[in-house]
Each structure stands twice: as C-alpha cells, then as structure tokens.
Design a protein around this ligand. Structure first.
Ligand SMILES: *[C@@H]1O[C@H](CO)[C@@H](O)[C@H](O)[C@H]1NC(C)=O
Ligand SMILES: *[C@@H]1O[C@H](CO)[C@@H](O)[C@H](O)[C@H]1NC(C)=O
Ligand SMILES: *[C@@H]1O[C@H](CO)[C@@H](O)[C@H](O)[C@H]1NC(C)=O
Ligand SMILES: *[C@@H]1O[C@H](CO)[C@@H](O)[C@H](O)[C@H]1NC(C)=O
Length: 438
C-alpha cells in the first residue's frame, strides 16, 4: 500500500517506534501519569466520568442545558475513566487517560505537550498570564515571540470560558512545521486542571475554529508540507498492554498498527470530521438488524472519551441489552441518560459506517462497576438498590447535542478498537477510514 512518496516522507520521522518501515511522520504519545489512585475495587470513577461528559456536552453545544449533577462537576478534558474490568481478578492501575504528545512552537522551539483533538480546530497553549488560578496548572508558558495579531479568541462554556490572545508562529509536530500558525496564548482556561497536556491541538476543519484561523493540519496541506494529505491515530489500551504504543502519524498510516482493509467513510460536512452513521447493532452474528432510530451523523473525535448517542438511539441500543437500567440525569425530560447493565452480560455493541459493522470492544464499553452511593442524585431508591448487584456503567451515554441532525460523538471508547485515518482531498471531499487496530 506504500507509495514512494510515503517512503520519502518517512525521512522526516523524528522517531520510528515500530519495527516495520514507517509511513509518514509519527509521534508516540505518552500516557498521563496516574494522578488518582486506581479504583482497586473496580468501581467507576464517577467524578471523572461526569467531568468528561460535561466537557464533551459543552464542546458540542455550549448552551447545552446541564443536568443538576453536572452543574458542579469540573470540566475534565478527555480523561478516560474506565476502571478495571470487574470480572477480572488481577486489578492494577489501568486507566487510559489522556493521549498526548509533543509539539514545538516558534524560533526557540518551545516544547509543549498537546492533546491532539479531531473534534476541534484551534491550537491553545498557556500564556504567561495564565497561572493555576486561571486554570493553567502547568509551568510551561508561551513566550509570545510570534507575531501579535492584536485580537483574541474566546469560547464561553456555560459559566466558564477559555480565552487568549492570538499570535502567528511556527508549530512543529513530528518534524512537520506549519508556518504562520495561529496560536491562542491562553489568559484563562477550563478543562486543563486535571490534564497532563499543556495545551490542545485541534485537527478538525477551519469552519469550526473559534479563532477563525487555519488549523495546523490544513496549514501543512496548504503549504505543501504533508503528503498524502492525511493523518492517522492509534489509541492504545492499557487493559491490553498497548497504551504505550499510541501514535499519531502525519502524512500516512502505520502498517504496524492495523490489520486488514480500510473502510472509507465520506465526510458529510467539513466542520468536525463528520460522517454518516448507519446506526447501531447489539449482539454477535453477521445478519443482525440495524436498530431503529439509531441512524444519524457522527463526529469522529479523538478528543472525547465516551460515545454519546442521541437519546432515542441510546434507548434503542439498551433496550436490546437485557437487564440494563437507564439512569436519567435531571428530572422531567432527561437532559442526559447514563446506562447501567449487568457486567456479566458483556454485551457486543457495533456501530455501522458505510454499511459495515464496527464493534465496540467490551473492554472499552465497560467503565466499571456501580454501587449505591452513586452520586448521581437518583430519586428512585429501587434503582439504587438494584445497582449494588453487579452492574457496570456503559461507555455510551444518551444526550441530544444537536437534534437537528441526530448527532453522535464517537470518541476513544470506539477508536481504541479501530485505527483511524483522516484524509482530506478537497474543499468538497474528505473521508475517515477505519481498519482494525492491533
Ligand atoms: C482549577 O484550579 C484552580 C486553582 O486551583 C481553581 O481556582 C479553579 O476553580 C479550577 N477549575 C475547575 C474547573 O475546577
Ligand atoms: C485576528 O487577526 C488576524 C490578522 O489580521 C486575522 O487573520 C484573524 O482572522 C483575526 N482573528 C479574529 C478572531 O478576529
Ligand atoms: C460477543 O461476541 C463474541 C464474539 O463474537 C461472542 O463470543 C460472545 O458470545 C458475544 N457476547 C454476547 C453477549 O452476545
Ligand atoms: C423506580 O425504578 C424501578 C426499577 O426500574 C421501576 O420499576 C419503578 O417504576 C421506578 N419508580 C419510579 C417512581 O419511577
């Protein structure tokens, strides 16, 4: 599958962590240090689960009406909350947290670690005025030696905001340098308190850039620095011993990280890496029906931990999982619904893209056991009592983030099982391709 061009690009690779010949320019991700003790009893870390849920809801809909239990939750930028599989005896720290890697800004090649995010389009790093009290706990601050644009970028999330000053500077990742890259030098941040990454590097399209500027990858494309015009993610899984193999490849695909053929799924709208989702299936076997009310659009988002489905789609999925219990957050019309299911049932959920089934690995579907002291403010004691008995929290939640198009957000809970390539062809043509991750 390799072209001569791909091979020549491998000369740019900073490090080729694989045994095979490398395609494109790669960086390996570090895994975040554990800042929390693992839940030795296999229970879900609910604070983090709710924090990532809140972050994702506001990322996709900054006016999303948050249920009470989320109002007070801290925004958590992409922290994975999957506790140990409760049915496994060997219990170790095994949470896949943030996937992040290095990038260098400016003539001084200042090193920052970034969360690489296909669900947003701006590049943020802490500026000198952003200290811990402003939501930037890390010591590395941008030296502001680029060209000051004398304007600002600001995103308001409910009660909080992320804002900063715009600079043009160079940005280098995996040896590929974008010139005149917009860098938001943060004065105020949200979501980084619990994050080991210094900043965020958005890999989605310019149409959703709050800075209105060209995102890093598209600067590389426009400046002729990346060829083929694509990038790929391998997100490892601690439970499978592959977390340290996580990798971003710019300008190609790493053959050591996937197996079998790719399925191309056309991008339907160049904002997020948005594609049509045919729906969901539950069970195993070749001819399972696609469940009713599950089709829609999906943002493929490496910067999100969970899978968020439209409320009606999530209900359709869990109706097929015997014994599952909806956990509506908020009274009256539930604003969000989490789902508990009997851990022992290990259900198989698949998503359908381009007419093919893509399984969610049960290791990723299972976010750990629940118990009565759940902290969800459940009004119904009957439910709380049932949960004491071998129930796990599912990595698929229901929320209507964009009801006009039945929007799903498909995050790492899916992407750990599927190597993903994001290919740009032209302003009217792009695709996401999936192949089985190894
Ligand atoms: C982040 O930490 C700072 C300093 O401890 C604190 O003032 C701020 O409220 C925290 N933000 C969130 C969202 O937890
Ligand atoms: C900031 O100014 C730059 C340079 O003039 C411009 O390209 C960019 O669109 C402006 N950004 C915003 C958010 O106004
Ligand atoms: C899930 O799929 C696997 C592999 O096809 C199968 O062995 C297992 O029985 C399935 N589990 C359920 C609950 O259907
Ligand atoms: C509480 O939950 C149980 C079990 O799901 C259900 O049968 C019952 O109707 C619920 N009660 C109320 C008041 O919603």
């Amino acid at each position: 599958m390799k072209s001569a061009l791909l091979l020549s690009l491998s000369a740019f690779a900073l490090a080729a962590p694989t045994k095979e010949a490398a395609s494109g320019s790669k960086i390996a991700f570090s895994r975040a240090r554990h800042q929390h003790k693992p839940r030795a009893d296999g229970t879900v870390d609910l604070d983090r689960f709710l924090g990532t849920l809140k972050y994702t809801a506001l990322k996709y809909n900054k006016d999303f009406p948050l249920p009470d239990v989320l109002q007070e939750a801290s925004l958590v930028l992409k922290r994975d909350t999957d506790a140990e599989d409760p049915l496994t005896d060997q219990v170790e720290g095994d949470e896949d947290e943030l996937y992040y890697g290095p990038g260098y800004i400016g003539a001084a090649k200042q090193l920052f670690t970034f969360d690489f995010d296909t669900g947003s389009s701006d590049t943020f790093v802490p500026g000198p005025q952003c200290g811990a009290a402003q939501g930037c706990p890390h010591t590395q601050k941008y030296n502001q030696q680029g060209t000051d644009e004398h304007n600002t970028t600001s995103i308001t999330y409910g009660s909080g905001s992320v804002s900063g000053e715009n600079y043009f500077d160079t940005l280098t990742v995996a040896g590929l340098t974008a010139q005149k890259q917009n860098i938001v030098s943060l004065t105020q941040a949200a979501g980084f308190n619990d994050s080991n990454a210094d900043g965020l590097l958005g890999l989605a399209f310019q149409s959703i850039a709050a800075s209105k500027s060209t995102p890093y990858f598209f600067n590389l494309v426009n400046q002729g620095t990346v060829n083929p015009t694509e990038f790929s993610f391998y997100l490892g899984r601690q439970k499978s011993g592959t977390a340290q193999n996580s990798e971003l490849t710019l300008g190609g695909r790493d053959e050591a990280k996937y197996t079998g053929a790719f399925t191309n799924v056309p991008v339907t709208s160049q904002n997020y890496w948005q594609v049509a989702i045919g729906g969901a299936k539950v069970g195993s076997g070749l001819n399972l029906p696609t469940l009713p009310t599950t089709a829609g659009q999906a943002a493929i988002d490496t910067g999100t931990t969970l899978i968020i489905a439209p409320t009606i789609a999530a209900a359709s999925i869990f109706a097929q999982i015997p014994g599952s219990i909806p956990l509506p957050l908020g009274v009256g019309v539930p604003l969000m619904t989490l789902f508990a299911y009997p851990c022992a049932s290990k259900p198989n959920v698949s998503l359908v893209f381009a007419g093919k089934n893509f399984a969610v690995n049960n290791l990723d579907f299972n976010f750990g056991t629940l118990n009565e002291g759940l902290g969800l403010g459940l009004a119904n004691n009957t439910i709380a009592g049932q949960l004491a008995n071998g129930y796990c929290l599912a990595g698929i939640a229901g929320a209507d983030l964009d009801p006009t198009q039945n929007l799903w957000v498909v995050g790492d809970t899916f992407l750990k099982n599927w190597y993903s390539t994001y290919h740009y062809t032209s302003p009217t043509s792009a695709y996401v391709a999936f192949a089985k991750a190894v």
